[in-house]
Unconditional design. Structure first.
Length: 327
């Protein structure tokens, strides 16, 4: 009898105590529907402050397919996704959010596509942003237009982290061990053939989003710094441009003094020029500082995440308790 293929579902969790029961109910329905494959559910507890870890322990005891990794603190969604991918054993691996904004109902179609067509992954993107604040949607669209102009790695607007990959692509993503991670960009950078599925935006089933505008802004900066050197080029061009302007101004002032014997303008114009050039210099230093800080973090070679406990610890405790009873 042929062994069934295994699909690993990686679910990053930060304060998702309210949403996990809904997600688990839906993913179990899909697992029953796709009874021709096996599943493992890898929940990554990213230092949650609610009862997420207690709920994950209950699931691990109740369902042997449910596994969990609990971090020593909050490291962020990017390390959580990396940890789940690194721990996965499946022939195919999917990343999904616990809030059901990534519909589990798409999994059968995604798996069938990989089995019957020449693709390495099936990814999802939203074709609408209905339900999102207008200001957030505006800046999201602006970001994708900007990054696709300044980066050689194409980013798909509306792309979600939700995708199903074969083992070859999963291993390729894991081979990029960088500390400063932007997984959407990494998916695009490694290449491989990807089919895109579109669906309308779905609101969270419960709880509140963990990404506010400021966090999304910092996340976009991570992407720009990780996948483009355009800001460094911009800083260089600004330096060259204003050096040229300053050179022309010096010649103009000398000619003005020699020919017309007119003194240079007073302190207001001087202050304006000083402030302008000072602002440009500080901006350029800030750009260099961002790249330097990322390089500094990479050279430290710190681990991307640290694990506090997993489902193996729960099973070990149960085994120890059984042995103590027999003694």
């Amino acid at each position: 009898m042929n062994k069934k293929e295994l699909i690993s579902i990686v679910v990053p969790c930060y304060n998702e105590y309210e949403t996990i029961p809904f997600f688990y109910t839906e993913i179990i329905k899909i697992a029953e529907q796709m009874n021709y494959v096996d599943f493992e559910f890898i929940f990554v507890n990213d230092g949650s402050k609610d009862n997420t870890i207690a709920l994950l322990k209950e699931l691990a005891i109740k369902d042997e397919r449910a596994r969990f990794i609990s971090f020593s603190r909050n490291f962020g969604k990017e390390p959580a996704m990396f940890a789940g991918l690194q721990t996965s054993k499946g022939d195919y691996v999917a990343i999904m959010d616990a809030d059901l904004q990534d519909p589990p109902a798409l999994l059968p179609e995604m798996y069938n596509t990989l089995k019957t067509e020449d693709y390495d992954s099936v990814a999802t993107r939203r074709n609408t942003r209905k339900g999102e604040p207008l200001i957030r949607s505006f800046f999201a669209k602006l970001f994708y237009k900007l990054i696709n102009k300044i980066s050689e790695t194409e980013m798909i607007e509306g792309a979600r982290d939700f995708r199903l990959m074969n083992r070859k692509m999963t291993d390729a993503v894991l081979s990029l061990q960088e500390y400063n991670r932007f997984t959407k960009g990494i998916f695009c950078w490694v290449g491989y053939k990807t089919k895109w599925l579109e669906y309308k935006n779905i609101e969270r089933v419960a709880g509140k989003t963990k990404f506010n505008f400021w966090k999304l802004f910092k996340y976009s900066l991570e992407c720009i710094i990780a996948f483009s050197t355009a800001p460094l080029v911009l800083a260089s061009f600004l330096g060259i441009f204003f050096t040229f302007i300053a050179f022309i101004s010096i010649i103009a002032l000398i000619v003005r003094e020699l020919v017309w014997h007119v003194s240079a303008a007073g302190w207001p114009s001087t202050m304006v020029v000083i402030l302008l050039l000072g602002g440009i210099q500080i901006f350029s230093i800030g750009v260099l500082g961002q790249y330097l800080s990322k390089t500094y973090l990479e050279t430290k070679k710190r681990p991307i995440y640290l694990v506090r406990e997993t489902e193996k610890d729960i099973k070990k405790e149960e085994q120890n308790q059984k042995e103590e009873r027999f003694e």
